[in-house]
Design a protein around this ligand. Structure first.
Ligand code: NCD
Ligand code: ZN
Ligand code: ZN
Length: 427
């Protein structure tokens, strides 16, 4: 029997500090329980939240273990306050069959630092031509399907995928990008791209697919999840779709909540990402949409890349940026310090909503006696400076290099076990 006591925590940042006793992976007492011989975490008034759930992570295993592995990505996740992550299917081989998804799940369990849930591909090889065996993958426990990195652009294939997903009670997560509108695209289509001579990625390429998919999901009666929303127009479409009863959910990344295409002036490919960084007006609209629930949650789109794929000319560089260890701090900077979200709101967008979207029964739960102890402790007053080389990922492609950010993870607890504490993974 293992016991752990979190001493002096403030659940959701509310009220006076209390002690939380965790026994056998479950919250056993809240108040001033007798510690006995329990392992003690001194929280010093830190904010206690349900452990974060990331619906969108690239762990790169199998295939690109030179950039990230399930082990290094799990370490980054635990240090970032996550107790569950969804590993995207765009690996090599692609996670479009039961063998690959079961390998990812097994490796995640072996590492044991965070619950790793494999995402299954929607189409064979992410090619968008033929549906993958969603039913076989669902039988192994896959809850989310996505061709992320690519858009399921054929409307008939998307409709079929939604029909199957409804029958299987799983969710399709769409990377919304009309490929005919983004051939050769390098940056958000706008003033900045014109000035820099970069081929544009128009907002409408995202918005048109989101609108189409909302119409399809409504017609089929299926659930739809929209990956990495990046434009104010997409937020408008989501608002409209939700108002007419579409079962649609959506995520926004930390980088789209903070950064704009002004960053592109240096031509540093660390700022290259798909969808691209957009305008200040988009950033403002995304923050409002997250605050009012139009956008349900934050997902990192943690996308590690090798030095040679980033330290090159802009057009040759791969899109994507690290996110797991900086997500909380960016949410604090953009949403908490601006007054748009309180800590209950942070719990909602980083834990409760993503857990509900993916149908995880034991994550994103209220902090109450009898609930599973998947928890994160946050020091709201701490500030730290991001150094890519010091992050747990094998890759170091963070756009936040050198920035001083607010909010730090003090400890992460997975089913009563401490998976990260004071920036370290316990031995
Ligand atoms: N976001 C990115 O820019 N890149 C992702 C793919 C994706 O999320 O579309 C990747 O796998 O590197
Ligand atoms: Zn994507
Ligand atoms: Zn992605």
């Amino acid at each position: 029997m293992s016991t752990l006591i979190l001493r002096g925590v403030r659940p959701y940042g509310e009220g006076d500090p209390v002690d939380v006793l965790v026994r056998d992976g479950v919250i056993a007492e809240i108040g001033s329980p007798d510690a006995g011989d329990a392992e003690v975490v001194e929280a010093d008034g830190a904010v206690l939240l349900p452990g974060f759930v990331d619906l969108h992570t690239h762990l790169r295993e199998p295939g690109r273990e030179d950039t990230e592995t399930i082990e290094t990505g799990s370490r980054a996740a635990a240090l970032g306050g996550y107790t569950a992550v969804f590993a995207m299917a765009n690996t090599d081989p692609v996670a479009d069959n039961a063998v690959v998804v079961e390998h990812v799940a097994r490796r995640g369990r072996e590492v044991g630092l965070v619950d790793v849930h494999p995402v299954g591909a929607v189409t064979v090889g992410l090619k968008g031509e033929k549906l993958a065996e969603l039913g076989t993958m669902a039988k192994t426990g896959v809850r989310v399907f996505s061709d992320d990195g690519h858009c399921v652009h054929d409307p008939l294939i998307m409709r079929r995928a939604l029909e199957y997903s409804k029958a299987l009670d799983v969710v399709v997560a769409q990377h919304a990008e009309e490929p005919r509108l983004t051939v050769g695209a390098q940056a958000h289509e706008g003033e900045q791209a014109s000035r820099l001579g970069l081929q544009g990625w128009p907002a409408a390429a995202e918005e048109a697919i989101v609108a189409r998919d909302c119409l399809l999901a409504k017609q089929v009666g299926a659930r739809l999840h929209v990956c990495h929303v990046s434009t104010s127009g997409t937020a408008d479409v989501l608002k409209w779709a939700k108002a007419r009863g579409t079962k649609v959910s959506a995520e926004v990344t930390p980088h789209h909540l903070l950064l704009t295409d002004d960053r592109l002036a240096t031509y540093d490919p660390v700022n290259k990402v798909n969808p691209p960084l957009r305008t200040g007006a988009d950033v403002e609209a995304l923050r409002q949409a997250l605050a009012d629930g139009t956008i349900d949650c934050v997902a990192t789109d943690h996308a590690p890349h090798a030095v040679q794929d980033k330290d090159c000319e802009w057009s040759a560089a791969r899109p994507g940026m690290l996110g797991l260890q900086t997500a909380l701090s960016i949410v604090v900077a953009t949403m908490v310090e601006t007054g748009l979200l309180d800590w209950r709101g942070v719990a909602r967008v980083m834990s409760e909503r993503p857990a509900a979207i993916a149908g995880l029964p034991d994550q994103g739960r209220p902090i109450e006696v009898g609930e599973p102890a998947n928890l994160v402790l946050v020091d709201p007053d701490a500030r730290w400076t991001v150094r890519g080389a010091e992050l747990a990922s094998i890759s170091a492609n963070t756009p936040f290099e050198g920035m001083e950010l607010p909010g730090r993870v003090v400890a992460t607890v997975l089913r009563g076990r401490v998976t990260a504490t004071s920036g370290r993974i316990p031995a």
